[in-house]
Design a binder for this molecule. Sequence first.
Ligand code: HEC
Ligand code: HEC
Length: 275
Amino acid sequence: MKSEKLRRLVALPFMMCCATFLLAQQVREVKNLLEGNAQAIANGKANFRANCSQCHGLDATGGLRAPSLVSGKFTHGASDADLFSTILHGVPSTLMPGNDLTDDETWEVIAFLRSMQPKSEAVIAGDAQAGEKYFWSAGGCASCHMVRGRGGRLGPDLSRVSASRSAAYITESLREPSKQLSDGLLEPGHDSPIAGDTVTITISSGEKIIGIAKNEDTFSIQLLDLQGELRLFSKSDVQSIVHERKSLMPRYTEAKLSNPALQDLLAYLETLRGE
Ligand code: HEC
Ligand code: HEC
């Protein structure tokens, strides 16, 4: 009798503990019940085309404004629950907006994305190590770009470039740097395309100083020059200020950067996701 009571006393906390554990497990492993469902995938595809494709591309393989969602790699978490949360809330301080899709619509979109998942990881065939070497030496990229605290300041920090950009966008940045700059002028959410614009200032001695405008008002302009120094000019003191509407980033044409070498570079940049 006594031992029976004791056993119950021991068993009760044990069962409660187990139940909480199972419950926690369940919350962590939210699963998309619509995965693989043909109708859900079709609905998700239609919804994706209407709401997401303008940035992520029609087939979610990445567009000029947002990364691929079918490379098998996710910066913000790859589980169903992570995707649900990213799609619902967006990614703060990036172009990725929150959504007011219903839960079912969101799961359908996820079912569509999962149906597009590549079978193999190797989307970009290049050699990341060769690309890394090019970046830090022959390519001269590091003289203008910073990665994890190392490198130049003239161009944007590339530490998480593949979290926010598609391979198509990066390729265009290299082959046609000035194209995005002019497209970017139309896009208010973009990280200051105007600030990426090349400016040439001719000072009173006739000397020309080239750089990127960081701040400009009616009376003054602040320029990040080619040496990476920030310089302030009073507009009344200079002869002329010309906004070139082109990028300071040189064009990496096929003659300069062959297609296989570009693949290597892309494979390296693919690894830059901000962790
Ligand atoms: C206005 C452009 C825009 C629209 C519209 C948009 N996205 Fe995004 N999305 C982005 C950008 C930019 C990022 C990268 C955020 C970053 O820098 O981390 C992103 C990131 C994501 C991620 C995270 C990817 C990862 O690597 O973890 C998911 C998932 C996603 N978007 C899904 C969607 C879905 C689904 C829709 C439509 C319902 C959508 N997005 C609509 C711009 C957009
Ligand atoms: C002389 C300086 C300079 C060099 C060298 C340079 N860049 Fe750039 N890069 C810039 C500037 C300035 C921008 C921003 C304006 C623009 O988008 O063109 C930029 C933009 C970019 C972007 C777009 C970033 C974004 O998020 O919009 C990528 C990607 C990039 N560069 C990669 C590279 C790589 C890879 C190399 C080497 C092969 C390289 N750059 C060499 C100056 C440079």
